[in-house]
Design a protein around this ligand. Structure first.
Ligand code: 2M8
Length: 442
């Protein structure tokens, strides 16, 4: 058996192969742009051996920051033929978009402050401080944008306008909420005539990867249509929140944001700065507001429909993510750990499946509706460590490493057999392999 160092070298080769100038694509063929949370995960891996490249990765994200503070979820490679390229996202429709680069019009889970703090920690001390000094105002503006434009009720929970923002594109709670909204007549007719099926031949992901492993064509058309509606509103959050019915206070996103708020606070402290009082207040509110997403009957957290204010009680891996926030109490954490250990739900041979095994949605091959993902396992490992569940964290760390070693650098894996699916040579799998392999849980 090859030893861990050999695998780390292979992981580094994956990250090199996917490097494109100042950033690392998730996979150079299937995902030829820069993605926000992918690059944050990549920065965690890079920081272990090339912290300067991790800093460059983060700086490239921040260089595309919009004037209102938003950091876009995709920074586009103008020459790549891809369905979500510059012609799909004419970011110039918003006056807040940067002129020197083309981007998407929405954001993604806000791991940035965490990744920046971790990178600074791995740089030589003086360089780390300079890096934080340069990035702090931008990180601050990003957190301010999230609470100013996405928390309209000022309750501490941020609202997402599209499932691409939560990163778990076709996760059952999001799809279920979407399916409750009637389609306009032309789209309903389109589906009735099965005209959406024609498009699958033109999707470059389904040309390279068996279609049943990818987002279904019906879901893909619906997600594209919802993004186009946001584009029509010039990516203006206020207008979208006023008009759209597909608005969700997402539990994964808000859990990550709470952890990132704490990192932003730490960065401010290192620099001798005080966070603005109103932001501080909202950050405190957020830590209490996550409790509104708790459901006592089923003993887990859920995302909430912003319009109806009802929890979307469809189980998915998102229900476990408040462990990452670090702000829930010990009893709640214990509940989630027990849930994660349940053999009929989240504990197959290669945990943690993106939806529980007993869910009607569960399909071991199908994108965010069953497979195990390295980034979700990494978030949960960090959460378990935060709450002192070291045995459980080591188990998850080991299973994740073995799964990747035995099956390759895939985008996602069967939780039952460990077999890899989706894109191969996937950056966050490689980067998080490196980070997890070096993580000393004790
Ligand atoms: C997937 O999302 C993009 C759209 O943003 C896509 O479907 O093309 C998701 O898995 C997302 O979490 C990820 O960041 C992105 C790139 O890896 O791919």
């Amino acid at each position: 058996m090859e030893d861990t160092n050999e695998y780390i070298k292979k992981a580094q080769a994956v990250l090199d192969a996917n490097q494109l100038g100042n950033y690392t694509t998730p996979n150079s063929q299937i995902y030829p742009h820069q993605w926000l949370w992918d690059s944050c995960f990549v920065a965690y891996g890079l920081a272990e051996y090339q912290p300067q490249r991790a800093a460059t990765e983060i700086n490239n994200l921040l260089d595309a920051q919009w004037a209102n503070g938003m950091v876009p979820h995709m920074i586009l490679n103008p020459t790549a033929p891809h369905w979500l390229g510059p012609s799909f996202w004419p970011s110039q429709r918003s006056s807040a978009a940067p002129k020197h680069v083309q981007t998407s019009g929405m954001t993604q889970p806000p791991l940035l402050s965490l990744a920046a703090l971790n990178t600074a920690d791995k740089l030589p001390p003086a360089e780390g401080k300079i890096f934080l000094k340069q990035t702090y105002p931008k990180l601050l503006a990003y957190h301010q944008w999230l609470y100013r434009e996405r928390d309209p009720l000022q309750n501490g929970l941020v609202v997402l306008v599209h499932s691409w923002e939560c990163g778990l594109d076709n996760s059952p709670p999001w799809i279920e909420a979407l399916n409750k909204i009637p389609n306009p007549l032309w789209l309903a007719t389109f589906f009735k005539l099965k005209a959406d099926k024609i498009g699958i031949k033109f999707r470059h992901d389904t040309q390279a990867i068996p279609p049943h492993q990818r987002l279904s064509q019906t879901d893909a058309v619906k997600l594209l249509y919802r993004a186009i509606l946001f584009r029509k509103n010039r990516y203006d959050s206020k207008t979208q929140i006023k008009k759209s019915r597909w608005l969700i206070e997402d539990v994964t996103f808000n859990s990550i944001l709470i952890a990132a708020n704490r990192a932003l606070f730490d960065i401010a402290t290192i620099l001798g700065e005080d966070l603005p009082a109103d932001l501080n207040l909202r950050m405190q509110k957020a830590e209490q507001a996550i409790e509104e997403l708790w459901d006592g009957d089923t003993g887990q957290y859920y995302s909430r429909n912003f319009r109806s204010k009802k929890l979307i009680k469809t189980p998915s891996i998102a229900s476990l993510m408040p462990l990452f926030s670090g702000c829930i109490d010990k009893d709640r954490a214990q509940n989630l750990v027990s849930l994660m250990g349940s053999a009929t739900k989240y504990r197959p041979a290669f945990p943690v499946p993106s939806v529980p095994l007993d869910s009607p949605y569960f399909d071991q091959h199908h994108y965010w509706q069953g497979p195990t993902w390295a980034n979700a396992n990494w978030l949960l490992t960090q959460g378990l460590i935060r709450y002192g569940y070291l045995k459980e964290a080591s188990y998850l760390q080991n299973q994740t490493l073995r799964m990747i070693e035995q099956n390759g650098w895939f985008e996602y894996f069967s939780p039952l057999s460990g077999k890899g699916y989706g894109a191969n040579n996937f950056s966050w799998t490689a980067a998080l392999y490196i980070h997890l392999a070096r993580l000393n849980i004790g």
